[in-house]
Design a protein around this ligand. Sequence first.
Ligand SMILES: Nc1ncnc2c1ncn2[C@@H]1O[C@H](COP(=O)(O)OP(=O)(O)OP(=O)(O)O)[C@@H](O)[C@H]1O
Length: 584
Amino acid sequence: MKLADRRLSALLPVLVAILAVAVGWGLSVGLSGYYVFLGISAVTAIIAVLGLGVVTGSAGIIALSQLTFAAIGAWVVAWMSLNEVPGGFAVWLLAGGIAGGLAGILIGLPALRLRGVNLAVVTLGFAAAFDVMLVQVQFPGSVDGISVTRPAAFSSDREYFFFAVIVLVVCALLVTWMQRSRLGSSWKAVAFSERGTAAVGQSVSLAKLSAFAVSAALGGISGGLIAGQVQLPFASSFTPIQSLALYILAVMSGAYLIDMAVFGGVLWVVVPELLKKWGVPQDWGFVIFGLLGIQALTSGSNLGEVIRGAFRKRSRRRLTAAVPEAASTTALDVFAVPEAAAPLPADASPVLEVRALGVQFGSLKANDDVSLRVAPRSIMGLIGPNGAGKSTFVDAVSGFLPRHTGQVLLDGEDITRLSPTARARRGLRRTFQQDRVPPQLTVEAYVRFVARKRLDRAELAEVLSFMGCPPPEEPLANVDVGTRRLVEVAAAVLAGPRVLILDEPAAGLSHEEHLQFGHRLTRIPSRFDTAIIIIEHDLDLVRSVCTEITVLDFGKVLAQGPSDRVLEDPAVIAAYMGDAETIQ
Ligand SMILES: Nc1ncnc2c1ncn2[C@@H]1O[C@H](COP(=O)(O)OP(=O)(O)OP(=O)(O)O)[C@@H](O)[C@H]1O
C-alpha cells in the first residue's frame, strides 16, 4: 500500500466521524420532534449493537445480556443525577459505562471456561435475574417522579439528540481504533482459534475479558443515554427478551463492521415503527428479528459479509495476478546464504532439549521416552508414519498437553510447567496442521499480531515477498488455505523465535512448491537466529532442508542423527515407508 493510501486509511475514520457529526447536527435541526426522539433511540441502540459487535462479532462470544449492562449504566446515571454528583451528565455517563464494563468483566469470567449454549444460558440467566431485581429495586428517582437531569447545553430533545450523536461518534472511533490495534487482532484471533491465539503468546483470557468489558461498557453508555432520553427510566426498557433480539440483530447485520452496527441500530427502531404504522402489534418485531436471525445463523454469514464479499470477488482477481510477482527471486537474494549448522557436539548447549517426553491417551502411549537436542540455527526434521506421535510431540513441547511427563528446556531454562502463552513469549513458537490464521485480519495485521514487536514495514514486506505471501494489505479472507499457511510461517519467523516448530507447513502446496518452500526455509535460521523443527511427509523436502532428523514410530524414537544416515537406515525405511525404493 502506498504511503498516501496508508495515510488515507488512517484518516478515513476521522473524516467519516466529522461527516457523521455534521449529519447529526443537520438531522437535529431538520427532523420533526417525533423523529428526533426516535433518532435518540436509534443512536442508543447503535451504541449497544456496536458493543455486541465487539464481543460477538469480533471475539465470537455469545452474550445475551447487553441491555442488562445498559440497565446498569442507566441506573448509575439516574443515581448520580438524583444525588447531584459533581461533574455533570458527561461524567455520570462515563461512570455508567465503567459500571457496565466492570459488570461485563464479572460476567465474562465464566466465559473463560464456557462456550456455546452453556455461555448463552449463563448470560441470559444473568439478564433474567437482574431484570427481576430491577423490578423490585426500581431506578433511583423513578418512584418519586424525579427525572434525570440532561446536560445543561443539550437539554431539549433536539440538542440531546446531537449530544447522543457526538457520544456515538466518539464510541465508534474508539472501537475502530481498538479493532485496528493488537487488542482487536486478539479478539478476532480468539474467535477463530483459542489454541492459535495462545500459540502466538497472546493471553486468551485477556482477549475474551477485554472484549466482554468493552462491549458491556458500550452497553452501559447506551443505557446512560437512555436514562437521559426518557428521564424516568423503567425496567421494561431493558428486558432479557430485548437483549436477545438485539443480539440477533447484531449477528444478522455483522455488527463488528461499524456501518452494519449503524444499520442494525436503525433497524431496531424502524421495524417496530413500521409495524405500528401498519397497525400490527409492535411485539411482532421480535418475530421478524428472530426470522432474520435464523436466516443469518443457517447461512453462516451476515449482511455485512455478503456485501463485502461481493467487493472482495473483484479484488481476488487482482490478487491472483499479484501473487506470482510477490514471490520474486530478487527477494531471495536479499537473504544471507545459509551456513548449514553443524551437528551438535555432545558437550554443546542445545537451544531446545527434550528429555524423556511421555504422553499417554488412556492406554495408548502416543509419546514414549522421546528425547532430542536441537542445535542453534539448525533445521531438524521430525518424521514418521501417520499416527507415529509427531503432532502429539509438538503439542506437548509447546505446552498444549500439560500432563506429559519428561522435561522441556529452552536455552537451558526448564519450561516444562509453563503455559503455551508463556512458552511462546520465551521464544518457542509453533504452527499448526490445521488452519489457525484468522480470516478477519489483513496479512499485515496478522503478522504484527503474531510478531508481538515493532516491525519495520520494509522488513515485513520483504519477508512476506520472500516467503511467497500476498502483499501486507491483503485481507486473509481473500487468501487460499495453502497460502495462509505460508503467511503463518512468515509471521512466526518475523517474531524471531529461538525455536520454531512447523507442523506440516507446506500441506496443500504442489511438490514443486514444496521444494521451493524448503529452499526458502534454509535461509531463515541464520537470518533470524532461529532453530527450526519441521514435521513433513515429503522426504525430498526433508532431505534437502534438514541437517538432522528424528524418526518417530509408535510414539518412540526409531532413529536420530544426520539426515543422510537416518534416511538410509533400514529400520527407518521398513517402518516409515515399508519400501526401500520409495525413500531413496
Ligand atoms: N486427544 C487424543 N486422544 C486420544 N488419542 C489421541 C489424541 N491425539 C492423538 N491421539 C492418538 O495418538 C497417536 C499419535 O497421534 P499424532 O496425531 O500425534 O500422530 P502424527 O504422527 O502426528 O500423525 P499424522 O502424521 O497423521 O499427523 C495416534 O494413534 C492418535 O490416534
